[in-house]
Design a protein around this ligand. Structure first.
Ligand code: PEP
Length: 254
C-alpha cells in the first residue's frame, strides 16, 4: 500500500466559535475528492474539537486534531487537557511538539516522549513536529539537529508504535514568515529523516511513515513541495484559515 498523504491544518489560537463554524461549513460545502491514500486532518483549538468532530463525522478520510495534550493521565493539573479527554470526543490526531510549544511552553524532547506515549495509549495519532532554527541551518547543523529530535522523542517506540506516528518537518525560519523552504531543501531533509528512521527501524518501516512539510505552505506552492518523493503532504498554519486557500493546498496532494 502506498504511504498516506495528509493535508493537515493548524489553526493555532485563531478564530471565534462562529468563525470556526463558517470555515468548516465553507470547507465542506462541496465534496472534496480524495484518493485512497489521501487524508485531511484539521488541528482546531480545544473549545471547537466537538464542533469539528461533528461537522466531519460523515466524511471519509477527514479527521480532527488537537494541538496539544498533557503528559499525565488525569488529576490535579488545572487548565490542562488529557489525551483521554481528547480521544473521548472522537478526535483522531494530536499535534505534538510544535515549535511554538517548544519555544513558549518549553517542551523538551524528553517531555515529548511522554506526550507521544500517552497519545498512543489513547489511540490518538501523534503528528510529531520537528525542525531547526535559522541559526542551526546557517551553521549547517540542521540534519544532525532534527535527526536528534527524532531520536530523543521517538526511538523508545517499538516498530509497530512508530508506524502510528506522522512526522511534520517544519523549519522554524519558514513558519509564519512567508519564507518557504525550497522543494529541494524539503526533499533533502525528508530523505535524511527517512534514512534516520531506516537506520533504526529498517527501510520497510521507514517507508511507511508519512513525513509532512510545514512552513508557509499555501495554495500556490503546495503542489511543487508535495510533489517531492519523500514529502507526504503538509502541516499548514496561515493558509488553513481560508477555505479556498486550504482547498487548493489539499488539491496539491499527489
Ligand atoms: C505551522 O504552524 O505549523 C505552520 C507551518 O504555519 P504557517 O503555514 O503559517 O507557516
Amino acid at each position: 500500500m502506498a504511504r498516506k498523504q495528509i493535508a493537515a491544518a493548524n489553526w493555532k489560537m485563531n478564530l471565534t466559535y462562529q468563525q470556526a463554524q463558517s470555515l468548516l461549513d465553507e470547507l465542506f460545502a462541496h465534496k472534496i475528492e480524495l484518493s485512497q491514500d489521501q487524508y485531511i486532518a484539521l488541528g482546531v483549538p480545544f473549545p471547537y474539537l466537538s464542533l469539528a468532530v461533528d461537522k466531519v463525522k460523515n466524511l471519509d478520510h477527514v479527521g480532527i486534531a488537537a494541538q496539544n495534550c498533557y503528559t499525565q493521565k488525569s488529576g490535579a493539573y488545572t487548565g490542562e487537557t488529557s489525551a483521554e479527554m481528547i480521544a473521548s470526543l472522537g478526535v483522531q490526531y494530536v499535534i505534538l511538539g510544535h515549535s511554538e510549544r517548544r519555544e513558549y511552553f518549553l517542551e523538551s524532547n524528553q517531555m515529548l516522549t511522554e506526550k507521544i506515549n500517552i497519545a498512543l495509549a489513547n489511540g490518538l495519532t501523534p503528528i510529531f513536529c520537528c525542525g531547526e532554527a535559522l541559526s542551526i541551518r546557517e551553521a549547517n547543523a540542521h540534519n544532525e539537529y532534527v535527526g536528534q529530535q527524532l531520536q530523543e522523542s521517538l526511538f523508545h517506540l517499538s516498530a509497530d508504535e512508530l508506524k502510528k506516528i506522522v512526522i511534520a518537518y517544519e523549519p522554524i525560519w519558514a513558519i509564519g514568515t512567508g519564507k518557504t523552504a525550497t522543494a529541494e531543501q524539503a526533499q533533502e531533509m525528508h530523505a535524511h529523516l527517512r534514512k534516520v528512521l531506516a537506520d533504526q527501524y529498517g527501510l520497510e518501516v521507514a517507508s511507511q511513515i508519512p513525513i509532512l512539510y510545514g512552513g508557509s505552505v499555501k495554495g500556490s506552492n503546495a503542489k511543487e513541495i508535495f510533489g517531492q518523493p519523500d514529502v507526504d503532504g503538509g502541516l499548514v498554519g496561515g493558509a488553513s484559515l481560508k477555505a479556498d486557500e486550504f482547498l487548493q493546498v489539499i488539491a496539491g496532494l499527489k
